[in-house]
Design a protein around this ligand. Structure first.
Ligand code: ZN
Length: 426
């Protein structure tokens, strides 16, 4: 009798487990992954809009309001305005890298103080909304903040022009809490080429550019390869000691735009254990000018990268508030759950698993960030801050190419010889 009872109990138990597993599989939606893992977006330019529209005066900004119809921030009056707290919450955003971006026109001029202002405004914004946001500088704190109901907020400097060719400035940005730097924006720096320069590029990554990568590795700052030329991507991946990120780039094979990542580089990212966080900008995800971009184009880019190099190396870096056109279905920061639903429903083999969707959402970025911190901790035992100084002739030549009078804005002693003699190399 005991055996019979045990058998009955076992059958009932198996039935219940079977039903519940079946139930979960049937009812699972892709966006459910955003309840079990933080959605980490690699790039949002809200801070630039705060500068552009309000000169960073936060008294005139109400982040807790849905700004869709606002007379300054509304969809009808501002093409690049996609972000506020209610929509971030609806979008289930768990963490955000806020871009400290300043225009390329500031290179060789006031790029450093302007960047400092953007770092400051991001910190002030986060501090002003402590119930919703938490400033984070370590990988382990992202998930912790998210579990406490906060949007983990991190800073990325977008563009190497912001460090004014100085490792001292780079180090101080790290001290201020900056956790990635995009090596270039749309302009070349004296040490790295931006896209669209490609195979016939002028400098690629110079010796000083290599020193920048090594110092970022030593500091524990994520190297971001969005915006750089394809050859700088390749060069950096061949020398970096830590995994890299693309904070907001898509797949070149799907849309031939040089801001996107070509297949050979994607394969290098896989070997490097890095992550490509897919950009949503209409111009990068759809190269067919006869139609408008849709959410399905973004699904295609994510699936393409996942199928080529695996679900461990793809993430999300929408570029909200930074671009003029977003695809139909991804108009603002509230739309991420729709994207995850569609990715899970998409017709790819093998189908996405819940675990893979969690990696796409944010776990891949956390893994890369932790690996970068581990490299930092290992290098701390053997390496000191690097003291490389850029050859000012490189800067001088870059200024000529940028149609700026060489040395006009430089007073440092390294420039004396150049100003007194010649701007050309011996
Ligand atoms: Zn960008």
């Amino acid at each position: 009798m005991m055996y019979v009872n045990a058998a009955v109990c076992l059958s009932v138990l198996l039935l219940v487990i079977g039903l519940s597993v079946g139930h979960n599989v049937i009812n699972f939606k892709g966006s459910d992954a955003l309840n079990s893992a933080p959605l980490i977006d690699g790039h949002n330019d809200l801070a630039y809009n705060l500068y552009d529209l309000l000169n960073n005066n936060l008294d005139r900004f109400n982040f807790t309001k849905n700004l869709t119809d606002d007379k300054v921030w509304g969809t009808n009056v501002c093409n690049t305005c996609n972000t506020d707290l209610p929509r971030l919450r609806k979008g289930k955003v768990g963490a955000q890298f806020w871009a400290a971006y300043v225009d390329c026109a500031s290179q060789y001029k006031d790029a450093v103080p302007l960047t400092m202002k953007q770092i400051d405004v991001i910190k002030r914004l986060v501090a002003k909304y402590p119930n919703d946001m938490q400033f984070v500088t370590e990988a382990k704190n992202i998930e912790e903040a998210w579990k406490n109901g906060k949007i983990a907020s991190l800073i990325g400097v977008e563009g190497g022009h912001s460090m004014d060719s100085s490792l001292a400035i780079l180090r101080l940005y790290y001290e201020l809490g900056v956790r990635y730097m995009t090596l270039t924006h749309m302009c070349n720096t004296p040490w790295a080429d931006a896209s669209i320069v490609n195979d016939n590029s002028v400098h690629n990554l110079t010796n000083f550019g290599e020193a920048v990568i090594y110092e970022m590795n030593r500091l524990g700052m994520l190297v971001d390869l969005s915006h750089v030329s394809h050859n700088v991507m390749r060069h950096t991946l061949s020398i970096t000691k830590a995994p890299i990120i693309f904070s907001h780039s898509s797949a070149f094979s799907v849309c031939h735009n040089y801001r996107n990542v070509p297949d050979d580089v994607l394969l290098m990212v896989k070997a490097n254990n890095g992550v490509v966080m897919v950009n949503f900008y209409s111009g990068f995800v759809n190269c067919n000018s006869s139609r408008k971009a849709t959410i399905h184009d973004v699904v295609d880019h994510i699936n393409y990268i996942r199928n080529l190099i695996g679900a461990d190396h793809v993430g999300i870096g929408a570029d909200f508030d930074g671009v003029l056109r977003m695809p139909e279905g991804l108009e603002d920061v509230s739309k991420y759950p729709d994207l995850f639903d569609l990715i899970f429903e998409s017709n790819v083999e093998p189908r996405w698993t819940k675990e893979e969707l969690e990696k796409l959402a944010g776990r891949n970025l956390i893994r890369v960030f932790q690996a970068v911190e581990n490299v930092r901790d290992t290098l701390a035992k053997t390496e000191s801050p690097r003291q490389d100084i850029i050859d000012v002739r490189d800067v001088s030549e870059a200024e000529v190419i940028s149609h700026i009078q060489p040395g006009l804005c430089q007073t440092s002693k390294e420039w004396d010889d150049i100003r007194n003699n010649s701007t050309s190399r011996q």
